[in-house]
Design a protein around this ligand. Structure first.
Ligand SMILES: NC(=O)C1=CN([C@@H]2O[C@H](COP(=O)(O)OP(=O)(O)OC[C@H]3O[C@@H](n4cnc5c(N)ncnc54)[C@H](OP(=O)(O)O)[C@@H]3O)[C@@H](O)[C@H]2O)C=CC1
Ligand SMILES: O=C(O)C1=N[C@H](C(=O)O)C[C@H](O)C1
Length: 252
């Protein structure tokens, strides 16, 4: 059995992942970490501080908050435990720290663990260079009203992947709000909507003259992310040090 610690255990994702692990025959949840909240549940301990955990852990799954990153990386590195990160809202410096730490332990990082979004990314990467000359690119994401970061990690990931295909020629414009400037060709517009219980929607629009192509992914349950994170954890368990993402998982 692969022994798992969930960081962000009492969060929405932490709870769904915990339920999914309970149904899994190859994995066992042995500890949880969450800020401010600790309860001794029936089967295992929940810690406020990851450094209080001395359990035997095979893999850590993190869906929490960027503030958790320094301790998470330090603990995983000191104990030599592979780490799956699903948290979003990281700064460029945070991403650099993740990259550096992945030279010492295996790390899997993806802002979106669903198969569908990762297929969407590969489609838009293919068509962006064909459409670039005559179509404007806009990304619209919609999420629940409890989401902290905006725009979503996935919206950034989609924009970055498109931009790489276009030789980083694009600039991002977030939520248009101007009375004096019209849209420029070099822009990718990124727009965030927050409301109710929307699980997660991402739409990439290529708007041309008299025609529009819109490619959209809609999540109707958090289970798709939890199941993706569990697959990622099983994949990462056998990997060498390095930074992995959904592309590595899908292509394996
Ligand atoms: N990659 C993917 O596929 C997906 C990524 N996400 C991302 O995962 C993250 C969590 O999402 P979600 O579960 O909905 O959010 P929640 O706010 O419901 O859960 C986060 C949990 O982490 C806790 N937390 C906050 N800071 C720390 C810390 N320093 N150490 C340990 N725990 C901490 C929070 O406590 P408190 O409430 O007290 O602050 C909360 O219990 C977000 O960044 C979200 O964008 C979400 C879905 C899919
Ligand atoms: O906070 C969420 O809920 C989600 N966050 C991720 C993101 O920021 O892209 C992924 C998913 O869309 C759900």
């Amino acid at each position: 059995m692969i022994k798992v610690l969930i960081n962000g255990y009492y969060g929405q994702m932490g709870q769904v992942i915990s339920q999914e692990i309970k149904k899994d025959t190859e994995m066992e949840l042995v500890a949880g970490v969450d800020k401010n909240k600790s309860n001794n549940c029936d089967d295992f301990n929940i810690y406020n501080n990851i450094f209080d955990c001395n359990e035997d852990i095979d893999i850590i799954i993190d869906f929490s908050h960027p503030s958790s990153l320094p301790n998470l990386l330090k603990y995983s590195m000191e104990k030599n435990i592979p780490l799956v990160i699903g948290t979003t809202g990281f700064s460029n410096e945070d991403i650099e720290k993740i990259e550096n730490t992945s030279k010492k332990i295996p790390i899997f990082y993806s802002a979106n663990m669903s198969l569908g979004i990762n297929v969407l990314v590969s489609i838009v990467k293919d068509i962006a260079p064909i459409l670039e000359d005559s179509f404007d690119i806009e990304i619209i994401e919609k999420h629940h009203n409890k989401k902290i970061d905006a725009p979503s990690g996935t919206a950034y990931m989609i924009a970055d992947e498109i931009n790489k295909e276009l030789n980083n020629s694009k600039e991002y414009v977030f939520g248009r709000n101007t009375k004096t400037n019209k849209r420029e060709k070099k822009e990718i517009g990124i727009h965030a909507i927050r409301g109710g219980t929307i699980v997660g929607e991402h739409s990439v629009m290529f708007a041309g003259c008299d025609e529009v192509i819109e490619i959209k992914h809609s999540a109707s349950s958090k289970k798709i992310f939890a199941q993706g994170a569990i697959k990622a954890a099983k994949f990462l368990y056998n990997q060498e040090n390095g930074l992995y993402n959904m592309e590595n998982l899908i292509k394996k």
